[in-house]
Every structure is written in structure tokens, then in C-alpha cells.
Design a protein around this ligand. Structure first.
Ligand SMILES: Cc1cc2nc3c(=O)[nH]c(=O)nc-3n(C[C@H](O)[C@H](O)[C@H](O)COP(=O)(O)OP(=O)(O)OC[C@H]3O[C@@H](n4cnc5c(N)ncnc54)[C@H](O)[C@@H]3O)c2cc1C
Length: 503
């Protein structure tokens, strides 16, 4: 038997979740289908920077305008996802003074608030900065948690009658008389197929957009650009640090909860499912980050990760995708499918608004978008920043690195009825600290078994899958203390828990 709805959204990244929230608030029945957990594509692999627009202001003024306007909206509606860190663009010896002048003039024109700071003022704000800096310019950059953002958008959908299917991969788009009328989705663990019928299909599959469009008998023009980032084991700055020069490799450091994220690279790729982090990318990012914050060089790196930017097709210049606009485009394919392409995490709400406007026109319906005014629902259930807030509930800690309690793991397991450790990780930050889940993953699985969510057999395969993914991120950053700790963890899993054996 098939499920029936009006709109089927494919993709549970920021764009898909934003569309689900917007449809829910306008009273349109919908179903969102995501092959992993929320934010398992570019959204969860991004830098977590709520752009002020400064990065794009010189070359891509339209994107910069969208960024500064959405930055203000998200700070208002998504308080528990955004840390209002502020940001600095720092000019180091040798960086172009002409670029600095263009930067300031363009910020002025677009309305991005700036302040020029002397080196000593900048060092007061961020003592770890390179003391040789020539000046800094402050902008309203912020740090944003993409996982929370997706979940809170999905929360509104779920609580207002929307359907959400995570861990279901769309494997077929059903077509009748040349129209896309539904999808078939395969459940990840059981391979069971579910059929959903809808009047409209929205392709919000990011870098997988062309694959989805082809299932619907059409295609979309995309340029895929891989970016890799590294994670430090503690915070080196409480503000976002950007290098004041044209965008290039490794020029941004973003504080994120207890750690810092440094990146990124930009390398053209053809398949979003075939991604490897080249150790050279880790070297480039670490070297560039060290120029801005010298302590970076002696800091322990806990992992690297990579994601693919779903950019609009344009001829690739200079060997990377940085010259391509970060703007977005909605394509109406004329067969019941709409694709939303390009954009950024920062502009996800605007992208959702414009997409839903098009769908409303298609249905001949009228209901205004309210996503910019209404705060995200469900935020009261989150602890918010800073990490020290979690110290107030120190009982029965399951993950020592991120201070995650047994109570919050049980809450996440029960609320989601999940079988995946990754789902708990995204909701509680379990396993995101220096040991990268080495000591808490098997504890979390034990709790899931106690609560009757997984059988011992399933838990072994879930654990093995998790360890494989974990190692993929850790391997490119293995040296020094991190390597020593990894050897201890490896001996626990392979020696004591015998995880290397075949079932
Ligand atoms: C390295 C990097 C750093 C970035 N940093 C920033 C930043 O700091 N700030 C910023 O604003 N933007 C940043 N971006 C851009 C931003 O992350 C993306 O533009 C945005 O997250 C895209 O969201 P999305 O929902 O459109 O795509 P995605 O997040 O990729 O979501 C698409 C979803 O579709 C799902 N899917 C695919 N195929 C199927 C299928 N067959 N069935 C079901 N589901 C499917 C995927 O699993 C995925 O979850 C960065 C991007 C990268 C790659």
C-alpha cells in the first residue's frame, strides 16, 4: 500500500528540512525522504559558518547580500543553533592592501557592518592570533550548528503533520504519462521498499541532485566541488577567523562548541559517493591555519572530514570551484519535479521560501511564508551554548569528552526509536570529542540494547559500520597524541572486543 501526500521532498539536508518546515507552516501536506540521518550530505560536512557575506562581498555581491540578510534572520529565529561569535578578517604581511580597500568599500555598499581594528585590539579579542598581523576587520560572522538546525526545522514538520523518513534511499521515481507521481524508497537496514505518491516532487538532494533528476527522466546542470576540513581537540579562538585575501585554501577557522574547524579546500569531483581526503589537503589546511593562529601547528587534530558543494554549473576556472557563484536556482522540469540547486547553509531558509513559493503557485494556493518571523520550534529542549552548561547535569557521564549523560542518550534513543549510533551522535554530540567515540560508542550501544532498540547481532554490524566511518575521518589526521590514543582504542576494539573477526 502506498502513502499519499501532496509534496515529496528528497533530501534531509538544510534545504530539504527548511522546505519541510515552510510547507508545514503554510499547511501543505508533505513527506521528506532522506537516505541517511538529517544533515548527512554537505550540510553536516560544512564549516558551520553563518556567513556575514564578507567572504563573497568582493566577487559575488548578490550572494553577500543574501548572506547578511539571512544572517540577521537566523540569529533571531535560531538562537540555540547560532553562537554569535563575531568574526575577524585578518591581514597578514604580504596580503594585498588593495583587496582590503575593495573589501571595505563592498561591505559598505552592501550593508555588512565592519570595524577596522589595530593589531593590539585584535590580539586583545583573540590572543592566539599571529602577532605579526597588520590589521583586522570585524564582521558579524557567527558559528552555526547544522545538525540542530536541520532537526529543529524537521521538528516543525513532524509536529504539524508532515511525514519524515530518514535512513530511506529513493531508488526509483514513479512516472506515469510523462509525469513524476511518486517515489520508491529502500530502508537502510532491512531493504524494505516503501512507496509514496505525491502531486509534486522536490529534488533537494544537493550534490546528488543530478542523480535524482535522472531517476525522473531529466537532468540538472551541476559542478561538484569537494572541500575538506580538520577538527582540533579544543578551541583556539572564540571568534571566526578569516584571512583578508581573495578566497583560497585553508583561510577560515570557525569555533564550534568545544573544538575549532579549519578549512577548506576546493577540488572538482564527479561523484559525491566517491570521496577520499587526501593527506595533502590536511597539510595545506593545517599550514594555512597556522599562519593565522600560530598555536595551530602544535595542536592535536582529532579528525578530518569532507563534503561536496552542490554548485550551479559553470566552467571551472583556476582548477577549482571558488569562482562559481554561491547563488541558487530553482528549476521547474515540467514533469511534476522541481529541483533546488546551489546556495549555502546560510541561505537555506531563503532557498526554502522561494521553492515553496513556486510550489504554491503551481498548486494555485495562497499562504504567505512565515519562516523568517517565527522562531524555530523545539529550541527550549536544547541546552544551547556554552558547553559548560552541561556541567550542571554531571551524573552518569557516557561520553567524557563532550559531557554527554546517560539520561540524554536514553532520551535521544527513545525519542527517535533509532538503531543507529550516528543518530545519537548528531543529537547529543556523543563521540565528537578527542577520542572520537572510542570509549563511548560501545556504551551507547549497550544502552540501546538495554532499551530494547537493537539486538546483539544488529549492534555488532551497526558498530562495525560506525567504526569504518570513524576511521575514514581519523586516518588523515593521525599523528602525535592522536595516533597514540588511536592505538589504544584499536587494541580495545580488535583485541578485547574482537571486532576484526568475521561474523
Ligand atoms: C566543505 C564545505 C564547507 C562548507 N561550509 C559552509 C559554511 O561554512 N557556511 C555555509 O553557509 N555553507 C557552507 N557550505 C555549503 C553548504 O554546506 C551547502 O550549500 C548546503 O549545506 C547544502 O544543503 P542541501 O540540503 O542543499 O544539500 P545536502 O546537505 O547535501 O543534502 C542533500 C541530502 O540529500 C540526501 N540524498 C541524496 N540522495 C538521496 C536519495 N537517493 N534518497 C534520499 N536522500 C538522498 C543526502 O543524503 C543529503 O543528506 C559548505 C559546503 C562544503 C562542501
Amino acid at each position: 500500500m502506498s502513502i499519499k501526500t501532496d509534496v515529496i521532498i528528497i533530501g534531509g539536508g538544510a534545504t530539504g528540512c527548511g522546505i519541510a518546515r515552510d510547507l508545514a507552516l503554510r499547511g501543505v501536506p508533505h513527506y521528506l525522504v532522506e537516505k541517511g540521518d538529517f544533515a548527512s550530505g554537505a550540510t553536516g560536512a560544512c564549516h558551520g559558518l553563518l556567513h556575514s557575506g564578507g567572504r563573497y562581498v568582493v566577487k559575488d555581491s548578490e550572494s553577500a547580500r543574501e548572506c547578511i540578510s539571512e544572517n540577521a534572520i537566523l540569529r533571531r529565529i535560531a538562537r540555540k543553533c547560532v553562537e554569535t561569535t563575531g568574526g575577524l578578517f585578518i591581514r597578514l604581511p604580504g596580503d594585498s592592501k588593495r583587496y582590503r580597500d575593495e573589501f571595505l568599500a563592498s561591505c559598505d555598499e552592501i550593508g555588512i557592518e565592519t570595524e577596522v581594528l589595530s593589531p593590539s585590539k585584535a590580539l586583545d579579542l583573540v590572543p592566539g592570533l599571529n602577532p605579526a598581523l597588520e590589521e583586522a576587520i570585524s564582521v558579524p560572522d557567527c558559528s552555526i550548528d547544522p545538525f540542530r538546525l536541520c532537526m529543529l526545522n524537521a521538528y516543525t514538520s513532524r509536529h504539524r503533520g508532515g511525514g519524515i523518513l530518514t535512513h530511506h534511499e529513493v531508488v526509483e521515481i514513479i512516472q506515469e504519462k510523462g509525469q513524476c507521481v511518486g517515489i520508491k524508497a529502500r530502508e537502510r537496514l532491512t531493504s524494505q521498499i516503501k512507496e509514496i505518491r505525491g502531486r509534486v516532487i522536490i529534488n533537494a538532494a544537493g550534490a546528488w541532485g543530478d542523480k535524482i533528476a535522472r531517476l525522473g527522466g531529466t537532468s540538472v546542470p551541476m559542478s561538484l566541488s569537494k572541500g575538506s576540513l580538520i577538527v582540533t581537540n579544543h578551541r583556539l579562538t572564540n571568534m571566526v577567523i578569516n584571512r583578508l585575501r581573495p578566497p583560497s585554501d585553508g583561510d577560515i577557522i570557525v569555533p564550534n562548541e568545544a573544538v575549532c574547524l579549519a578549512g577548506t579546500t576546493s577540488i572538482p569531483v564527479s561523484d559525491p559517493d566517491m570521496l577520499e581526503i587526501d593527506p595533502a589537503e590536511v597539510d595545506i589546511v593545517a599550514t594555512q591555519a597556522e599562519q593565522m593562529v600560530p598555536g595551530f601547528g602544535s595542536t592535536r587534530l582529532i579528525r578530518a572530514y569532507t563534503g561536496v558543494r552542490p554548485l550551479l554549473m559553470a566552467p571551472v576556472q583556476n582548477g577549482d570551484g571558488r569562482s562559481i557563484s554561491r547563488g541558487f536556482q530553482i528549476i521547474e522540469h515540467g514533469n511534476g519535479m522541481f529541483s533546488i540547486l546551489g546556495g549555502k547553509l546560510t541561505t537555506y531558509r531563503l532557498m526554502a521560501e522561494k521553492t515553496v513559493d513556486v510550489v504554491m503557485t503551481h498548486f494555485g494556493l495562497k499562504a504567505a511564508c512565515r519562516t523568517a518571523e517565527l522562531p524555530l520550534e523545539g529550541q527550549d529542549e536544547l541546552s544551547g551554548y556554552p558547553l559548560s552548561k552541561r556541567l550542571s547535569s554531571m551524573d552518569d557521564i557516557v561520553c567524557e569528552c563532550e559531557l554527554v549523560t546517560r539520561q540524554s542518550v536514553e532520551h535521544a534513543v527513545n525519542a527517535m526509536a533509532t538503531q543507529y549510533v550516528g543518530d545519537i551522535q548528531h543529537r547529543t554530540r556523543l563521540g565528537m570529542g578527542p577520542c572520537q567515540g572510542g570509549f563511548c560508542t560501545y556504551r551507547a550501544l549497550g544502552i540501546m540494547q538495554e532499551l530494547g532498540r537493537v539486538s546483539p547481532e544488529v549492534s555488532i554490524s551497526v558498530l562495525k559500520e560506525f567504526l569504518q566511518r570513524r576511521f575514514k575521518g581519523i586516518r588523515p589526521a593521525l599523528w602525535g597524541d592522536q595516533l597514540r590514543e588511536e592505538q589504544l582504542i584499536e587494541s580495545l576494539y580488535l583485541g578485547i572486543l574482537n571486532m576484526g573477526s568475521k561474523p
